[in-house]
Design a protein around this ligand. Structure first.
Ligand SMILES: *Cc1c(COP(=O)(O)O)cnc(C)c1O
Length: 390
């Protein structure tokens, strides 16, 4: 059976993970080396010369990622933002235009708004659930990139990847999906028509909150060559130990995401109708406006939930500071549950822009602990919120 015919969970464990031929070590070693001996000038062993250009551990991660996203090639970087920067620089030149969703990761908006716009790129931020508005925002000939996140951060809106890809391609626009929230286990943007996928591997792919990293996966050799050149030529590469930790995390992605999703579904249902909560934002709830689309586009609904507190900013802050198992911290996607206050944490950089997050929103990254413990932790904290407001 060839590698591509295996199922997702098998490929997560086998793609790029060949045992070490010299010792038989089942887990390929971490190649902690910056350079490689040459057998005579230019006599490279396996093509390796200097580790910014290539390192076997990084290659092993890149093969694993390309296989899981169904792309022709993947490139790993020192962070998610470094990956985004490389992809954008590979396809944009000053004068070009980018259309971006209005609920993207705050740092993505900051990168484009504060680095690419001053460099000469035009940015329009639009509501991606409204295809007419996306069509109206595209400037034929100068729009080069359509940047999609789904589910969005932090409002969990669901955008239609297939429909947006078709629309973008009508105008020759490169369609990019930030697949960080769903991961390739839950959602396959390239199969749905996207041209490139980016990841903060810091989140679900790494999965243990112990490594920062990013990746670009592309569906086209020409784009692969451009991104590959920037990975080498600009140099924001992932180090071998970071790559190895990410590989190790990815092997359990499927089982983790099943648990993240079932825990989050159960918590979203338990909190629905709670008097302290105005809205539970979770695509697994039938009342969520993107529920039907998410049911078609995703394998399950993932581990991220946002809550809109009835008591506004005061209540949201109180909740974020009252849980015990849900630790107050930035980031998401790890085995441990985290709680965040987006308007001052992950999305502080978009205050005063059209991406500003309402002050009553709290975001949960639901971990894989026992769901009864997680639910009890939230309900106890919500009691404190209610008591404080009396
Ligand atoms: C965290 C995150 C990023 C940025 O990744 P870093 O690894 O922090 O640089 C990009 N997109 C999304 C959706 C994220 O959550």
């Amino acid at each position: 059976m060839s590698e591509e015919q295996y199922g997702f969970s098998t490929r997560a464990i086998t793609a790029g993970q060949h045992f070490d031929p010299t010792t038989g070590a089942v887990v390929p070693p971490v190649y902690l080396t910056s350079t490689f001996v040459q057998d005579g000038i230019g006599g490279f062993r396996g093509g390796y010369e200097y580790a910014r250009g290539g390192n076997p551990t990084r290659d092993s991660l890149q093969e694993q990622l390309a296989s899981l996203e169904g792309g022709v090639k993947a490139f790993s970087f020192a962070s998610g933002l470094a990956a985004e920067d490389a992809l954008l620089r590979a396809v944009l030149t000053p004068g070009d235009h980018i259309v971006m969703g209005n609920d993207v990761y705050g740092g993505t908006h900051r990168l484009v708004n504060r680095v690419f716009v001053p460099w000469g790129i035009d940015l329009d931020v639009v509501e991606l659930t409204d295809l007419d508005r996306v069509r109206a925002a595209i400037r034929p000939g100068s729009t080069k990139v359509l940047w999609i996140e789904t589910p969005t951060n932090p409002l969990m809106k669901i955008n239609d990847i297939a429909a947006l890809a078709e629309l973008g391609h009508e105008f020759g626009v490169l369609v990019v999906v930030d697949n960080t929230f769903a991961s390739p286990y839950l959602q396959q943007p390239i199969a749905l028509g996207a041209d490139a996928v980016i990841h903060s591997t810091t989140k679900y792919l790494g999965g243990h909150s112990d490594v920062v990293g990013g990746a670009v996966v592309v569906n086209d050799e020409e784009l692969a060559a451009k991104v590959g050149f920037l990975q080498f030529g600009v140099g924001a590469v992932s180090g071998p130990l970071d790559a190895w930790l990410t590989i190790r995390g990815i092997k359990t992605l499927a089982v983790r995401l099943d648990r993240h999703s079932s825990n989050a579904q159960s918590i979203a249902e338990s909190l629905t109708g709670h008097p302290a909560i105005e809205t539970v934002y979770y695509p697994g709830l039938p009342t969520h406006p993107g529920h039907d689309l998410a049911s078609r586009q995703m394998k399950a609904f993932g581990g991220m939930i946002s809550l809109g507190l009835a008591g506004g900013e005061v209540a949201a802050r109180k909740l974020a500071e009252s849980t015990e198992l849900f630790q107050l911290a930035e980031s998401l996607g790890g085995v441990e549950s985290l709680i965040g206050y987006p308007s001052e944490m992950t999305h502080a950089s978009v205050r005063g822009t059209e991406l500003e997050v309402a002050p009553n929103i709290v975001r949960l990254s639901v971990g894989i602990e026992d769901v009864a413990d997680l639910t009890a932790d939230l309900l106890t904290a919500l009691d404190r919120v209610t008591a404080a407001s009396r």
